[in-house]
Design a protein. Sequence first.
Length: 306
Amino acid sequence: MPTIKDEFVRRHGLEWPLNNQQIGAWVFIAYFALILFGGLAPNVAVRWQALAFFGPGILFGVHAVTLAVCTCMDPADPAVRYDLARPTTIDRSQRKHVIMNQECYFCQVRVSSTAKHCSACNKCVSDFDHHCRWMNNCVGGRTYKLFFVSILAGALGTAALFALLFYLLIALHAFRDSDHLHLSPDRRDLQVLGHDVTDAGMTVLLVVTIILNGLAAFMLWQLLTFHIMLISNKMSTFEFIKKQRAEEEARLAAEAEEEANPKNAATPNTRCRAFRDCCSARSNRVGPSGGKPMEAVEAQQAPSPP
Ligand SMILES: [Zn+2]
Ligand SMILES: [Zn+2]
């Protein structure tokens, strides 16, 4: 029997316990900020320094600010209250779903037709998209646009940082002059955090940062393209995962039927039935943004972020 602790309701992403991925994201952001402003941009030739500072700086700044705002905002359904006694278990023989007829069993309030009860936050969220481990908070109707701006700015920021990193790597090893780097008769070495560094040391720093930026770029661009696909298909992450599950269940059911009736395996009827089952599963889905009442939302099946 699923259990949700009644004593904990997450109002925002800074509430304890923090998530390891959330901590990792801010360690990355802090590292990039330190390296960008303390070790990369100051070594670019003076005439290009404004571009080196403000290009990646503004993009990562927008990414960090929107990420922080999304983390601190409460995307809960407006009807959700936190001072009510909550049942700790749900009796499936009496109640099949957490939300029935827009009444949430755990929140004990009438919620909007687009709400879903997140088991990680233990509250109903309007226009639920997904529970984001990077923010330790839900992404819902209130925060989705900011969330999208955050991943867009972050992805573009990694591209701008790549440009700066490779510029410095090439300028250091191919030219090493004051036309490309911040060098002068009084400043013969590059500097990191105000201290002179050797070319070998700078090369190591650049390569390490290229690898770390590559990891960040992989995650952010993957997330960005996924959400562009969702927006273009007018779907939420939650709807997408439910669609995937329904298709997988339909496929498994078709395979089981083929195994049980091998003679019918290749017949058109079997294929038609599998196709019909799949379509039926799709048509029965009612998602947070579908405009129809969301009658059945499972508390224990909050989808993981992509
Ligand atoms: Zn609820
Ligand atoms: Zn959540």
